[in-house]
Structures are given as C-alpha cells and as structure tokens.
Write a protein that binds this ligand. Structure first.
Ligand SMILES: NC(=O)c1ccc[n+]([C@@H]2O[C@H](COP(=O)([O-])OP(=O)(O)OC[C@H]3O[C@@H](n4cnc5c(N)ncnc54)[C@H](OP(=O)(O)O)[C@@H]3O)[C@@H](O)[C@H]2O)c1
Length: 49
C-alpha cells in the first residue's frame, strides 16, 4: 500500500537517496529542506521526467 512520507534534509545525501528510493516504491513524498534551489533541482530530477 502506498504511503505519504515526509523527508527532512531531502535535497542531498541520505535524504535525497531516501526520496529516490521511496518514489521508486510508488510512495508519495513530501520534501522538506532549507535551500529551495537545491530542493527544486532534486524535484526536477526525480519528478519531471
Ligand atoms: N552519508 C553517510 O554515509 C552518513 C553516515 C552516517 C551518518 N551520517 C549523518 O547523517 C546526516 C546526513 O548526512 P548526509 O550525508 O545526508 O549529509 P548532507 O548531504 O550534508 O545532507 C544534509 C541535509 O540536511 C539539511 N541540513 C543541513 N543542516 C541543516 C540544519 N541545520 N537544519 C535543517 N536542515 C539541515 C541539508 O539541507 P539544506 O542544504 O537545504 O540545508 C541537507 O538536505 C549527517 O548528520 C551525517 O553526519 C551520514
């Protein structure tokens, strides 16, 4: 069953890897981070293909 999961520190490192892993498992992910430019780059990499 798909879940909605909040990941803090989601724009690099372990947080970014968790976002990718959870999306591959078809969960919905809410990204939380301070640097919006870095976060937008990660979003565009994973979600706007
Ligand atoms: N990588 C490893 O193999 C490893 C192994 C064991 C433990 N750890 C620990 O796990 C943690 C994360 O590692 P990482 O490699 O993923 O680090 P990272 O790539 O530097 O990522 C850190 C994340 O946390 C956010 N962040 C940094 N300082 C913050 C603050 N003061 N308040 C809120 N958000 C903050 C950053 O977002 P913004 O840039 O937007 O602030 C970024 O998304 C670290 O504490 C590290 O020591 C890592």
């Amino acid at each position: 069953m798909s879940k909605t999961i909040v990941i803090t520190g989601s724009n690099s490192g372990i947080g970014k890897a968790m976002v990718m892993n959870l999306l591959e498992q078809h969960h919905d992910v809410i990204m939380v981070a301070r640097d919006s430019d870095k976060t937008t780059q990660v979003y565009e990499t994973f979600c706007e293909k």
